[in-house]
Design a protein around this ligand. Structure first.
Ligand code: FE
Length: 211
């Protein structure tokens, strides 16, 4: 892997008024960049350097510094893409159909994701994933953990570490999560991730996601 931090897919203040430019700036340039610097320090010049970031996230020993920093690099890149200045609201098309199939309604899905995001104790992540059977599920992970470790395909992520919202919402994580759901979730990104998951060669027992 190289150690270049992927560029933000928008300007830092493009998510205002829901997430401030100051928050995105510190989150990206200090936190995200910091994880990348620590990962580089840990693996530069070692065999692990030749692996893809995703493979390190999937296979590195749990709770080691290599795993933590690699996962935080991956998770944050995924998070930036999970948000968009013109996002939020209700999805349409294939994503909407799958959410209705697996959660009953879009509203039930949003409530489910909000509950999980607000309920994760301490630092972590809230995810929409496709599980091994091809069904959409909502789950949370603690600290740096990533659903790919359990064979799930991430579709969308919300960072619920305090550094993601404290400058804008102080301790009110719920208001930040609602702002993500109502105004920022990037449904186009979700759709492309669902297409990727659906394109994987179906294994016995695996249900196709779409099509
Ligand atoms: Fe973060």
């Amino acid at each position: 892997m190289d150690f270049l931090l992927p560029e933000l897919p928008y300007a830092p203040d493009d998510l205002e008024p829901h997430i401030s430019g100051r928050t995105v700036d510190v989150h990206y340039h200090k936190h995200h960049a910091g994880y990348m610097a620590k990962l580089a320090d840990a693996i530069r010049g070692k065999p692990l350097e030749r692996l893809l970031l995703e493979d390190i996230v999937r296979t590195a020993p749990e709770n080691g510094d290599v795993f933590r920093n690699a996962a935080q690099v991956w998770n944050h890149t995924f998070y930036w893409n999970s948000l968009a200045p013109d996002g939020g609201g209700k999805p349409s098309g294939a994503v909407a159909d799958l959410l209705r199939r697996d959660f009953g309604s879009i509203e039930d899905f949003k409530q489910n994701l909000a509950t999980v995001a607000k309920g994760e104790f301490g630092s972590g992540w809230a995810w929409l994933v496709a599980d091994r059977a091809g069904r959409l599920r909502v789950l949370s992970t603690s600290d740096a953990d990533n659903p790919m470790r359990d064979g799930h395909q991430p579709i969308l992520a919300i960072d619920v570490w305090e550094h993601a919202y404290y400058l804008d919402y102080q301790n009110e994580r719920g208001r930040y999560v609602e702002a993500c759901l109502d105004h920022l979730l990037n449904w186009r990104f979700a759709e492309s991730n669902i297409e990727t998951a659906a394109a994987e060669v179906p294994t016995p027992g695996r249900v196709k996601l779409a099509g």
